[in-house]
Ligand binder design. Structure first.
Ligand code: TEU
Ligand code: CA
Length: 564
């Protein structure tokens, strides 16, 4: 057995910063963020105090889905950089102790991928087509899709091959994203090669996109969309009480991850992986198992309203789930797919927030109305966002921070239709606004061109004027800014995250989350409006960055304290 020389458990309590490369920093001024831009901001990330950076896709891509349409898994998009620049970036981050994770998108490729192009060319019945999911169309002319299934981004989930052979290919997402056939050994082998490619370059691990969808049962008898939708809402037993769905969360997917784990364990420390899977809570732990990916995103906390009961329930459930496999939980409040949490918390509660499609529907309405009806309470939104962040940063487990949330950035809602990029917007004819509003390039300097994101061409998504107030250089100087809150909290957190225990405290107030951590640390979030009395102790930090020396914790505020 390999003798390990380094900390194999670094990920358990890590803070990981998500970079959406095109929108982070544009070093060469072409309007698109790049790897050199990231390298230039290493001191910023160091001062923030994160342990790792996860990069959303930077691979060659037609950018039909922000890079999640990957044309070549083992290269860098020339607009974003080169492999040499990747190595430079990695080296610069490593030199300040920041690890790098990259995004693996195994459910689908881009239609520009060499193998998909070869499949189109090789024609019906060819070996090349077996790597994807091709089926004959229905009707005498085969001009109807094989099923009436819808894509996750709206519109049909089959597109004609375009080669006049009556064949259609399956895509769970955009038509530019053909799904791989995971029954094919060459597909499996190619992903192993990709994992090794990045592992050998020195990355610490991977975020696995739509981890639950790879293996599918596409046997000839395919259900209708209506039957499929019923399946997602109803539990059909396979004998173990597991819901059987032809496309999602099938047990066979874990064979894939077991084979990946063998590769991960060839490295020292072992590579890590975190599953992006919106699966039923009682299925989540399977993805986090130590002979599989090891960790899975807990999105339940992202769906919580700003409410103490909801948070407590969700935290208890997530901790229980990760304990099943001995994993640690991952806490997430924002990412590149959802409305930024400073804006979410400025809006009224979502009634049925455990149902993900309903949350998307409800929150999409806010975007359609451009946050005019109902109007957001911007001040309270930010206050709550800071309080919720400080509360989750005190929890055992790892935390993911999405670029810009450390500035308290709200969602951008006034992007003109002709500048939108999200395929969701186009495939639903604008009924769903999509995710561009959380992907607007960051403001670095209030008075510079493009707010310091890049000194040349306009950013690839327009930045609103009010970004000025959230610029890094403004917040840097403001002792009570969100940026300085994140910096302080991350610094303190390093002392806190030694052991993983948590003990709940009840009775502190009506709408309060209160828990104790080892060594006398206590974390108290007052989600209500009226102040509550703090327990005895020294306040280490509060989400408003006030000292709270009157012993009171105001509404919508979190404090960390240490018993004396
Ligand atoms: O998202 C997976 C996914 O299912 C999304 O549709 C998600 O449910 C939705 O965006 C939440 O609002 C991943 C990536 O994170 C996303 O950016 C990609 O577009 C998608 O996969 C396809 O690769
Ligand atoms: Ca650039």
């Amino acid at each position: 057995m390999l003798q390990r020389t380094s900390d194999a458990d670094w990920w358990r309590q890590a803070v990981i910063y998500q970079i959406y490369p095109r929108s982070f920093a544009d070093a060469n001024g072409d309007g698109i963020g790049d790897l050199k831009g990231i390298t230039a901001k290493v001191p910023y990330l160091e001062a923030l105090g994160v342990d790792a950076a996860w990069l959303s896709p930077f691979y060659p891509s037609a950018l039909k889905d922000g890079g999640y349409d990957v044309a070549d898994y083992r290269n860098v998009d020339p607009r974003i950089g080169t492999l040499e620049e990747f190595d430079e970036m990695l080296g610069a981050l490593k030199s300040v102790g920041i690890k790098v994770m990259v995004d693996i998108v195994p459910n689908h490729s881009s239609d520009d991928h060499e193998w998909f192009q070869a499949a189109l060319k090789a024609g019906k019945g060819s070996k090349e087509r077996e790597k994807f999911i091709f089926r004959d169309g229905l009707g005498p002319n085969k001009d109807q899709p094989p099923t009436d299934w819808k894509s996750k981004f709206g519109g049909p989930s089959w597109s004609p091959s375009g080669t006049n052979d009556g064949q259609w290919y399956f895509h769970m997402f955009d038509s530019s994203q053909p799904d791989w056939n995971w029954d094919h050994p060459e597909v499996r082998a190619d992903f192993i090669e990709t994992l090794r490619f990045w592992g050998d370059r020195g990355v610490a691990g991977f975020r696995i996109d739509v981890a639950d969808a790879l293996t599918k049962d596409m046997s000839d008898d395919l259900p209708s969309w209506e039957e499929l939708t019923k399946l997602t809402h109803k539990k059909l037993s396979n004998g173990n009480g597991h819901l059987i769905h032809p496309l999602l969360d099938r047990d066979e997917v874990h064979d894939v991850y077991r084979s990946w784990r063998k590769v991960f364990n060839e490295y020292d420390p072992p590579l890590i992986a975190v599953a992006e899977c919106w699966v039923a809570p009682d299925r989540k732990h399977l993805y986090a198992s130590s002979d599989g990916l090891g960790q899975a995103f807990s999105f339940d906390i992202l769906l919580c309203n700003y409410d103490a009961d909801e948070y407590r329930r969700c935290i208890k459930h997530s901790l229980k789930g990760s304990a099943i496999t001995g994993s640690s939980t991952t806490w997430v409040l924002s990412n590149h797919d959802v409305i930024r949490h400073a804006s979410r918390f400025a809006m009224p509660k979502v009634a049925d927030n455990r149902n993900h499609p309903l949350v998307i529907e409800a929150t999409n309405k806010w975007l359609v109305n451009k946050f005019q009806d109902p109007k957001p309470d911007v001040e309270s939104g930010l206050k709550r966002a800071r309080a919720a962040t400080l509360m989750i940063l005190g929890l055992p487990g790892s935390t993911y921070i999405y670029q810009g949330e450390e500035l308290g950035l709200p969602e951008v809602v006034d992007i003109p239709d002709n500048e939108r990029q999200d395929p969701t917007f186009f495939r639903t004819a604008g009924r769903e606004i999509g995710r561009d509003g959380c992907r607007v390039p960051l403001p670095w300097e209030a008075s510079s061109k493009n707010f310091g994101y890049g000194s040349g061409a306009l950013p690839h998504l327009p930045q609103p004027d009010w970004f000025e107030d959230y610029a890094v250089d403004v917040e840097d100087k403001d002792g009570k800014s969100t940026l300085n809150l994140y910096r302080q909290a991350l610094r303190l957190r390093k002392q806190l995250q030694t052991k993983e225990e948590l003990e709940w405290v009840d009775g502190t107030g009506e709408n309060v989350v209160h828990y104790k951590r080892p060594d006398g640390w206590e974390i108290i979030m007052n989600a209500g409006k009226t102040a509550v009395t703090l327990p005895k102790g020294k306040v280490l930090v509060s989400s408003t960055l006030d000292k709270l020396d009157d012993g009171k914790l105001p509404g919508e505020t979190t404090a960390w304290l240490k018993a004396e």
